[in-house]
Ligand binder design. Structure first.
Ligand code: GLN
Length: 475
């Protein structure tokens, strides 16, 4: 049984048996899945594992299975963003992170389900149907990388990649009881990531342990000439995690415990902060006064960028094409039939926010708010080493509960979007349970100081057992 084995354990199993056997056993688990986390499995996974056995690959992930969110381009393997409009699209090239993973010997098992074009918090807007939360299949796994989190939590793959524009790695990590990192903007090349809102998003890893997150970061982070926002920075994430948190200064933003927070989540997170005190850290309250404007600014900026990024999907080059007598009819029918409701809503609102007369009123104003939010982080993080709070204000909600009320779904992102506006790194780690569902502790750091948040997260893991609990084990 390989389910829930970490990378070190998998490598041991491969040494004892073979990469082929390990891959086969995960594929069998995926065949019997009850979470609908994959939209595609890769028919060359076993073949790849076999060739790793034969050639004796010695990369850091040799033979390690991984799942990839379906908005990250994979050469020869369909990439749909869980949208009808990209049905049948097979990229002719790999994203930068995929090149890195393949070079490290990872075996891609398949592509994971997501909210259409990463627009959502529940993975319910997928064209391929909702992904279910392995802890309670009546509940959402979070989103938009819900598939990537659910398959790790269900033991169908040890690690995965997601993307986080406003919380899409951290939210599903929190709801599914796994670890998820949103790196600093610029840490990982976005080349080959199909853009939703490119000034906000980063690719990020999900796993059952902080050590695995660090191993993945060692493989995928770094400069790439094809993404001019990526930066060159020598760092060993794995080496950075080991120190303890003695003397660590934690800031707790009051605003992250605001209106609508679930009592169980609040208590669980405060217990975690108390645990840090026992471990030698100290905490103080900090104020992030512009947090209340972050959600509105985020949605204006994200939708504006989306309205422009999604203009390329018109039936001419990629995926689905509707019939039409001329280009105009074909393109408008393709977009009308190819995009789901949430995507259309955002394209319309984003186009509106950018249009003459409203550009200054909405878009420019949102950019100004973004600066103020960033200044809140600069100030708070000049006084403390990290910030902590709940990743999500509630545990995973029921499937269907919020889907007809977009505003209530947007509100769930209240604690995750400020981080993307500021571009700082943030990790969600399992810190206990509320209503028998996992709760995520969010640890936020300074720009490019992943090492401190990884160390804080790792220390917590060493001193608690929340991350070792599996679906079905919490009474
Ligand atoms: N829920 C947020 C949104 O819908 C974040 C999504 C994401 O991070 N991709 O925009």
């Amino acid at each position: 049984m390989v389910a829930w084995t970490d990378i070190t354990g998998i490598r041991q199993k491969i040494a004892e048996s073979s990469a082929e056997e390990v891959t086969a056993s995960y594929l069998e688990k995926i065949d019997n899945s009850c979470v609908n986390g994959f939209v595609t499995t890769w028919d060359k996974a076993l073949e790849t594992a076999k060739s790793i056995d034969k050639e004796g690959q010695d990369g850091p992930l040799a033979g390690v299975p991984i799942a990839i969110k379906d908005n990250i381009s994979t050469n020869g393997l369909s990439t749909t963003c869980s949208s009808k409009i990209l049905q049948g699209y097979v990229p002719p090239y790999d994203a930068h992170v995929i090149e890195k993973l393949r070079a490290a010997g990872a075996v891609i098992l398949g592509k994971t389900n997501m909210d259409e074009f990463a627009m959502g918090t529940s993975t319910e807007s997928s064209y391929y149907g909702a992904t279910l939360n392995p802890w309670d299949t009546d509940r959402v796994p979070g989103g938009s990388s819900g598939g990537s989190a659910a398959v790790v939590a269900a033991g169908e793959v040890p690690v995965s990649l997601g993307s986080d524009t406003g919380g899409s790695v951290r939210c599903p990590a929190a709801f599914c009881g796994v670890v998820g990192l949103k790196p600093t903007y610029g840490c990982i090349s976005r080349f080959g990531l199909i853009s939703y809102a490119n000034s906000l998003e980063q690719i990020g890893p999900l796993a059952t342990s902080v050590a695995d997150i660090a191993t993945l970061m060692d493989v995928v982070a770094g400069y790439d000439a094809r993404d001019s926002t990526s930066i060159n920075r020598e760092n060993s994430y794995s080496d950075s995690i080991k120190d303890d948190v003695d003397g660590l200064k934690i800031g707790v933003p009051e605003e992250y415990f605001g209106e609508g927070i679930d009592e169980g989540v609040e208590k669980t997170v405060w217990d975690a902060i108390a645990k840090y005190e026992d471990m030698g850290a100290s905490w103080q309250k900090v104020s992030m006064p512009h947090t209340k404007y972050a959600l509105a600014a985020y949605y204006i900026i994200a939708m504006s960028e989306a309205s422009s990024n999604l203009a390329r999907f018109d039936g001419t080059r990629y995926g689905f094409r509707a019939d039409g007598d001329n280009w105009h009819v074909m393109a408008s029918k393709t977009r009308a039939e190819g995009f789901g409701d949430e995507v259309k809503r955002r394209i319309l609102l984003g186009t509106y926010a950018l249009s003459a007369g409203y550009h200054d009123k909405y878009y420019l104003k949102a950019l100004k708010v973004r600066t103020l939010v960033k200044q809140d982080f600069d100030k708070a993080l000049s006084e403390v080493d990290v910030l902590m709070g709940p990743t999500m204000p509630t545990p995973a909600f029921k499937i269907g509960e919020k889907i007809d009320d977009p505003l209530s779904l947007y509100l769930a992102d209240v604690n995750t979007v400020p981080i993307n506006l500021a571009g700082v790194p943030s990790i969600s780690v399992p810190c206990g349970f509320a209503d028998k569902m996992p709760v995520g502790l969010q640890i936020i750091g300074k720009h490019f100081d992943e090492n401190t948040i990884l160390r804080a997260a790792y220390s917590f893991e060493q001193n608690t057992d929340h991350h070792t609990k599996r679906p079905g084990e919490v009474a």
